[in-house]
Write a protein that binds this ligand. Structure first.
Ligand code: NAG
Ligand code: NAG
Ligand code: NAG
Length: 439
């Protein structure tokens, strides 16, 4: 009897133990392979917006996406309440990671954004080209995980580094937005931080919807990236190296800082299979960090150095010489009646504009849906704008040109994977299935 009851007791203990370890496994050892964020396009500003949850207790924080932004910054001046906010102390590992060279003091009562012995960085608002100095800190951030098909359970990273911005720095941002989600190529950029917090690959993908009524998507971490009807877009990407600009392209920075922007090596531009004659020196990055081609979610339309812009418009117009032009609508140079262009699966029937990359075989083709802008019911314009004779970057590929294209940024292998227009594959960036699935 005695031995049997002690066996029972042992069984009971081991059962209890396995129940405890099971529930522990459930709550703590779930490791997402990827995270997912819906992206909306703001109707008024055309900014691309995301919402994350931050702080303790968690609150939703609406942010504008800046692909080349160096880090996450949020307004700490107004309404920042959190028991898990931690300023980064001067000389700490966090400050070293950020390569901050400033140690701040604050002469008001301590609060988020105002602490002594804290390192600071320069949060930048690219829409008003303004930056300020702000406290570097960390707090809890929570996002939805994904298996690539659907969003799954919510996961939290306890110490995501960010910079405190100020209320005045929100000028020019969409209504309700309180900061900027910087996805740039920095160790303190959101992609690198989320990858290290959840131990997944340093990769992320952006797929922007062209409509203000439907959501696009950002994935952090590994593929698959599946869009309805069951198309894994990660399977057919074309790859090109990402180029590091040795000089920061941010609004304010320390000497010697590299750029957080994603540059690619456009070697030439072709329209209708003919090379557009242009000064190719402008396509390379010089020692002062001028020139080259980058991708931006801040510019609405692709911006080009005046000489490139003129050459591209001239070549485009020449190819369409049989189609009558209508009066140009600023800021665009070449406009047509939509009736005279016709339409195809990939938008208005115009010749593609081909960005030739590392070889003649590697081409980013911009089709009508991405090259033309509907400016009124029956007028379409070539959606490139003149960036002047001395722009910092010669070609800035803007939001309209990357909508309904999936772009995967692989930081570890420093390469960009791009899908070309998803319209060809009978899907769009608005086709991610956002229905929760516990998988
Ligand atoms: C920072 O230190 C100064 C000088 O010691 C002090 O006057 C000030 O109140 C402190 N500020 C905060 C936010 O603790
Ligand atoms: C090409 O661009 C470079 C860089 O701006 C400039 O120095 C050079 O004079 C230009 N060449 C021609 C032929 O215009
Ligand atoms: C979206 O995902 C859910 C959950 O997996 C699934 O039940 C549903 O059928 C999917 N929707 C479509 C249109 O396939």
């Amino acid at each position: 009897m005695a031995s049997s009851s002690s066996i029972h007791f042992l069984l009971f203990c081991s059962l209890l133990f396995s129940i405890i370890s099971l529930s522990k496994a459930k709550t703590t050892s779930f490791r997402p392979k990827a995270l997912v964020l819906p992206v909306t396009k703001d109707a008024l500003t055309s900014q691309y917006l995301v919402q994350i949850k931050e702080r303790t207790p968690l609150v939703p924080v609406k942010l504008t996406v800046d692909l080349g932004g160096e880090f996450l910054w949020v307004d700490c001046e107004k309404g920042y309440v959190s028991s898990s906010f931690k300023p980064a102390r001067c000389g700490s590992a966090q400050c070293n990671l950020a390569q901050s060279k400033d140690c701040g003091e604050c002469y008001s009562p301590p609060k988020p954004g105002c602490n002594n012995n804290t390192c600071s960085l320069f949060p930048y608002n690219p829409f008003i080209r303004t930056s300020t100095s702000g406290e570097f800190a960390s707090d809890v951030v929570s996002l939805q995980s994904t298996n690539g098909f659907n969003p799954g359970r919510v996961v939290s990273a306890p110490k995501v580094l960010f910079t405190c911005g100020s209320t005045f720095l929100l000028e020019g941002l969409a209504s309700g937005v309180t900061g900027i989600a910087g996805l740039g190529r920095k160790k303190i950029g959101l992609p690198a931080q989320l990858a290290s917090a959840f131990s997944f690959n340093r990769k992320f993908a952006v797929c922007l919807s062209s409509s203000v009524r439907s959501k696009g998507v950002i994935f952090f971490g590994n593929e698959p990236y599946v869009f309805l009807p069951n198309i894994d877009v990660s399977k057919n990407l074309i790859y090109t190296p990402l180029i590091l600009n040795p000089v920061s392209t941010s609004g304010s920075y320390y000497e010697g800082e590299t750029s957080a922007d994603y540059f690619i090596g456009v070697k030439s531009i072709k329209i209708n299979d003919k090379v557009v004659p242009l000064n190719t020196t402008l396509l390379t990055i010089n020692k002062d960090g001028y020139g080259g081609t980058k991708i931006s979610t801040v510019e609405r339309y692709t911006v080009m150095h005046t000489s490139i812009y003129n050459a591209v418009v001239r070549a485009f117009v020449k190819t369409l010489s049989k189609v009558p032009r209508v009066k140009a609508v600023a800021p665009f140079g070449a406009c047509y009646s939509s009736k005279s262009l016709g339409s195809t699966r990939v938008g208005p029937g115009v010749p593609s504009i081909d960005l030739v990359l590392q070889s003649q075989m590697v081409v980013w083709k911009i089709f009508g849906a991405n090259s033309m802008i509907q400016v009124s019911d029956d007028v379409l314009c070539l959606g490139f704008v003149d960036g002047g004779v001395e722009p910092r970057t010669s070609i800035v590929i803007g939001g309209h040109q990357i909508e309904n294209n999936l772009l995967q940024f692989d930081l570890a292998s420093s390469r960009l994977g791009f899908s070309s227009s998803l319209l060809f594959r009978q899907t769009t960036c608005a086709n991610f299935n956002f229905t929760y699935n516990a998988y």
